[in-house]
Design a protein around this ligand. Structure first.
Ligand code: SAJ
Length: 416
């Protein structure tokens, strides 16, 4: 089999490399020349555990090439971004998907499988992708097999989850579903769950929405508990001991290009019905301000002015700062004249980020933890003695061990 993937980002690249590793001839297409050159030169342009080694292996085997142009192939996978539009409901912008489709149309031949992995609003396959291919002269389910197979892997664990997770295969017709399943059977060891495209679209969106709503509940619980002098983290621990309860973890907000984006795709399609989904988005979006107010209160006690932010990424052990509440909080604090703010993140290489942890906390009044990187689990460095006020506010509850001189605050004891 020959595969042409369009989009070599967080999903397209690992997916391409995985297929190549299982003997498929893969040409990966991206519009960014820099990324294409880097990949052909043997270097990945994103951070993901195991990906660099995997790229080296498939380049050596000669199964993978990056290119600026699509080529004829047996199967095509579109894995390009679908951002929110700048409209009233922040609906799903499918223009990059449609452009990718446009780019592959000249290369399509009878019998090809076209798969969209990008997260899309419900009915996109039926109402937009299918009509465009029909307009190009193809009969779907006979000439071309069209499938939505949403990506559902967790950044940080992509190489493992690609193989072991189950996959939803949503064909536009039953024949499309069967052809789609054949493609993924190359390496997927999880179940290949067959359904139609609409169900696949909505299931993917609901998985992330479920998480967003559940996190909103945990964040709201934190606010309620802090009002009432109750330890929210202990409550969550306790409640989760019930066999049918799984409260998620509160934090500084919800980020990334999935949970903070996808629920709007549903809201935009049915705003009158999607009330809870909409409110949950509001609650999660309110968290950066909640954290900033908490910082004000903590620092007011000491008259402290210097804040060291630990972590700018949207979650732990990744380098991704897209839709990151940590970045938002950093910027909010940085815009306040009364504070001096230093950012420290071992995973983010930006000019304003202080790489050296000891330098970052020197003379600081507060360490504000906003991402749960492994590097922050143990705060035992003697450098903490050099802080002006050794206070740590851990919004991610990531610290497992800390030096005795540190005053440790988290959502469990914030206002007590
Ligand atoms: N977060 C919390 N509390 C929690 C869990 C997460 O505040 O209890 C925050 C994180 O810190 C982060 C955000 O939520 O800011 C999202 O993190 P995440 O780990 O839940 O998910 P993502 O965005 O990295 O990946 C999700 C995954 N979806 C689900 O687990 C249902 C992944 O499997 C999807 O492939 C991915 O979205 C995607 O691309 O849609």
């Amino acid at each position: 089999m020959k595969l042409c993937t369009v989009g070599l980002g967080y999903i397209g690249l690992p997916t391409s490399i995985m297929f190549a590793n299982y003997g498929v001839e893969v040409v990966g297409v991206d519009v960014k020349k820099e990324a294409v050159d880097m990949l052909n030169g043997g270097k990945i342009h994103i951070e993901e555990p195991g990906l660099q080694e995997a790229l080296e292996k498939v380049l050596e085997k000669g199964n993978f090439r990056a290119s600026l142009e699509p080529e004829q192939a047996d199967a095509f996978i579109i894995a390009v971004p679908t951002p929110n539009k700048d409209d009233q409901y922040m609906s799903c912008d499918i223009s990059i998907v449609m452009q990718a489709l446009e780019n592959i149309i000249p290369y399509l031949q009878k019998g090809n499988v076209v798969i969209v992995e990008s997260t899309i609003a419900p009915r996109t396959m039926d109402d937009h992708v299918k009509p465009r291919l029909e307009e190009a002269g193809f009969t779907i389910g006979e000439d071309i097999y069209l499938v939505h197979c949403p990506e559902r892997v967790l950044p940080g664990q992509i190489m493992h989850e690609l193989i072991h997770n189950n996959r939803i295969i949503g064909g536009v017709t039953p024949a499309c579903t069967d052809k789609g399943a054949e493609v993924y059977a190359t390496f997927v060891q999880g179940e290949l769950i067959k359904t139609d495209a609409r169900t696949a679209e909505m299931s993917k969106l609901m998985e992330n929405t479920y998480r967003d709503v559940n996190i909103a509940l945990a964040n709201e619980l934190t606010k309620v508990c802090n009002e009432l002098g109750i330890n929210a983290l202990e409550v969550i621990n306790m409640a989760n001991k019930h066999p049918r309860v799984n409260l998620h973890t509160p934090g500084p907000g919800v980020g990334g290009h999935c949970l903070a984006v996808d629920p709007y795709f549903i809201i935009a399609k049915a705003p009158e019905q999607a009330k809870l989904i909409s409110l949950s988005r509001e609650i999660n979006k309110s968290m950066p301000e909640y954290v900033m107010n908490a910082v004000d209160k903590i620092l007011a006690k000491t008259n402290g002015k210097k804040i060291t932010v630990f972590g700018l990424t949207y979650k732990g052990n990744v380098d991704d700062i897209r839709e990151s509440p940590a970045m938002e909080i950093y910027e909010m604090l940085n815009n306040r004249d009364e504070y001096e703010v230093i950012a420290h993140d071992p995973h983010v290489k930006l000019s304003f980020v202080e790489e050296n942890m000891e330098k970052a906390i020197d003379g600081s009044d507060l360490v504000l933890i906003l991402s749960d990187h492994n590097e922050f689990k143990e705060l035992n460095s003697p450098a903490f003695a050099k802080m002006n006020n050794a206070i740590v506010f851990d919004t991610k509850n990531v610290v497992k061990e800390h030096a005795d001189n540190i005053e440790y605050v988290n959502y469990g004891n914030l206002y007590r």
